[in-house]
Design a protein around this ligand. Structure first.
Ligand SMILES: Nc1ncnc2c1ncn2[C@@H]1O[C@H](COP(=O)(O)OP(=O)(O)OP(=O)(O)O)[C@@H](O)[C@H]1O
Ligand SMILES: [Mg+2]
Length: 234
């Protein structure tokens, strides 16, 4: 294991809008993610889960505090690269078929077209999605599209895999199977996995559980410091 964390958040805050319209989505989160960590972020709607995931992915920048990726490199090199993020909403590109969607980040990252295609098909097989390989996104159900987006992230073999509500559109059994695949893939890759979830059964599968409440992050469960309710935010 690296002696540096993959991600270090130091008083990271995010405010959207200004003046009377300002919404503080995240208040000063201080936390680290290490290789091999399996973390669930849980909490009510609007509590800042997606905001924190977007900041960790380098998709957004903090309005206060600092976020660094000591073991991964500079923000500009995270994606495509060592970080893969599955967004909460639809994210497949409509004109590309399922295989092309899964292969695209690999191609953008410099993988040769045939290799990218092969890796895409392997990732689809892992999620039992081979039958959908040549379908267009508009031909998929919400749950199928969600699983394709997860397969796309896994195909990149990231060192940090972030998934925003990966079971949100799935029935309980399919959701549990998707979590099985995510955890198994993270272990196989030695990657860190961070998911957000509303589902207590999903959160219970993770060894780190963080609770988001009105933009404040606290640790509910940690193998390092098992005391409940410890603040993770400054
Ligand atoms: N782009 C944006 N512009 C303005 N406000 C935003 C934006 N993104 C998020 N917010 C606000 O920030 C707060 C946190 O939103 P966020 O999406 O992080 O919550 P969440 O915990 O992921 O919710 P959910 O469980 O519904 O996905 C909410 O009040 C939301 O309205
Ligand atoms: Mg969200």
């Amino acid at each position: 294991m690296s002696y540096e964390p993959l991600v270090r958040c130091d008083g990271v805050a995010r405010t959207y809008g200004t003046g009377a319209n300002a919404v503080v989505a995240l208040h000063g989160a201080t936390c680290e993610i290490w290789a091999g960590d399996h973390t669930a972020i849980t909490g009510p709607s609007g509590s800042g889960k997606s905001t924190l995931l977007h900041l960790i992915a380098g998709l957004e920048t903090p309005t206060a505090g600092a976020i660094t990726w000591p073991a991964l490199g500079a923000r500009a090199a995270l994606r495509p690269g060592p970080v893969a993020l599955v967004l909460q909403g639809p994210s497949l590109l409509p004109p590309l078929d399922v295989t092309e969607n899964v292969a695209l980040p690999l191609v953008l990252g410099g993988v040769d077209g045939d290799d990218a295609n092969e890796r895409a098909l392997r990732a689809l097989e892992r999620f039992d999605l081979t039958d959908l390989a040549r379908k267009l996104p508009e031909e998929l159900s919400g749950g199928q599209a969600q699983r394709v987006a997860i397969a796309r992230a896994l195909a990149q073999e990231p060192r940090l895999l972030l998934a925003d509500e990966p079971t949100g559109q799935l029935d309980h059994a399919t959701g549990a199977a998707v979590v099985d695949v995510l955890l198994a893939a993270a272990i196989e890759l030695g990657a860190a996995l961070v998911v957000s979830t509303h589902d207590p059964d999903v959160a219970a599968r993770f060894d780190h559980v963080w609770l988001a409440t009105d933009g404040r992050i606290t640790v509910l469960l940690s193998p390092d410091a098992p005391s409940e309710g410890q603040p993770c935010s400054a």
